[in-house]
Write a protein that binds this ligand. Structure first.
Ligand code: SF4
Length: 384
């Protein structure tokens, strides 16, 4: 039986040998100056995928029909080591990165992940502050791993949970995982001291919109912030259709039919979610009731402030979630003369300065680049 392969990497992406001129130009980049992309956006948020594997098969990310048993995952030798990841992360802090999100696939499948967390938690921002170190997980393994992640220095957690109804949840993860495992993972994370936990729910019209209110009711007043994500055309294999997108405006209306709410200010520039707090019976904002967030990449694109890059598990930098190609970084660390930390930082700066990605804004304007749909990199490879 022939192996199922999707060309994650094609010849165009093989690293080209740097000419002396190109190398000199990169070495001339002043890291003390502002490093901005073509749309004057800084790099502040690096998402690092530590595995292309997952134990779920959510149809909007890793449909089972594509990611079969015979799917050719990356060989271990291709994966960045924890030391290589830390070297690239440290280099990125010299460009102004303040936040690192560990993703996958499912990151808790990567062995000894707490060792990497320990290494990353020792890094500092340009002004000497600890990094905002967070992780996105489906939480199926969280109950077992929460304590070690906390002890290693992880500060925040995001849990993907698309339904409370066990049948709907099992159908959406398509691997028959019970919702109880995820809820137990969240409870364990709270019990070991994680105080900043978010739950992300991808809303797919016709699949789980009737879970919106039960999810909000479940997390309201628990301190766990719930965010609703519009179903996106990520990757090249989820069969996305616009009529399966439930706009965030509709989600908000469904919530406000149950609870009075008020818009909250953004916590930081480039924040993806629009936040809303709950009002009490007197119409006053009641922080103890918590908040919800709406992430509206389809109907309210936020590319103008996008300060995120993604590092794939095999060492490529992607400038957008909907990218069709990335820039090889790993070869800098594995060549006969490995690059020093400054050159790695300058190479990242050079790559970022070329960036002009704004896919969601283009989609919203109805000008999606031709051929993009077939060539988009899979989200399970570069992380959400
Ligand atoms: S579509 Fe790309 S550029 Fe726009 S917000 Fe998302 S990742 Fe950033």
């Amino acid at each position: 039986m022939s192996k199922t392969t999707i060309p994650l990497i094609d010849a165009r992406q093989r690293p080209v040998a740097l000419t002396a001129e190109a190398r000199a130009a990169i070495q001339a980049i002043d890291l003390n100056g502002p490093i901005l992309d073509q749309l004057s956006r800084p790099l502040r948020d690096l998402r690092i995928s530590v595995t292309d594997r997952c134990n779920f098969r959510c149809s909007y990310c890793m449909p089972k029909s594509v990611f079969t048993r015979d799917y050719a995952y990356l060989p271990q030798s291709d994966l960045l080591s924890f030391e290589e990841i830390t070297t690239i992360a440290q280099a990125s802090t010299r460009l102004g990165v303040r936040k690192i999100r560990i993703t996958g696939g499912e990151p808790l499948l990567r062995k000894n992940l707490d060792i990497l967390i320990g290494q990353l938690s020792a890094l500092r921002t340009l002004d000497g502050q600890p990094l905002d170190l967070t992780l996105t997980t489906n939480a199926s393994l969280l109950a077992k791993k929460a304590q070690a992640l906390k002890d290693a220095g992880l500060t925040r957690l995001t849990v993907s949970l698309d339904a409370l109804d066990d049948n709907i949840f099992r159908a959406m993860n398509d691997m028959d995982f019970p919702v109880a495992d995820v809820l137990e993972g969240i409870d364990t994370a709270l019990s070991v001291g994680f105080s900043d936990i978010k739950v992300n729910m991808v809303v797919k019209r016709g699949t789980n919109q009737d879970q919106i209110v039960p999810m909000a009711a479940h997390f309201r007043g628990t301190g766990v912030a719930l965010r609703f994500i519009e179903y996106m055309d990520v990757g090249a294999s989820n069969g996305w259709r616009m009529d399966e997108v439930l706009p965030s405006a509709d989600v908000l209306a469904m919530l406000q039919a149950h609870w009075p709410m008020q818009a909250l200010p953004a916590k930081s520039k480039g924040e993806t979610a629009k936040r809303y707090g709950y009002l009490d019976g007197n119409g006053n904002l009641d922080p103890s009731l918590g908040e919800v967030g709406l992430i509206s990449s389809v109907t309210e694109a936020f590319c103008h402030e996008c300060n995120r890059a993604r590092l794939s598990t095999d060492g490529r930098l992607f400038a957008c979630l909907f990218a069709t190609q990335g820039t090889e970084i790993k070869h800098l660390l594995r060549s006969a003369e490995p690059a020093d930390a400054t050159f790695v930082a300058q190479y990242l700066a050079h790559t970022w300065q070329q960036r002009q990605d704004q896919y969601s804004a283009l989609r919203q304007a109805g000008v999606i680049p031709a051929g993009n749909a077939r060539e988009r990199i899979e989200m399970s490879y570069i992380g959400g």
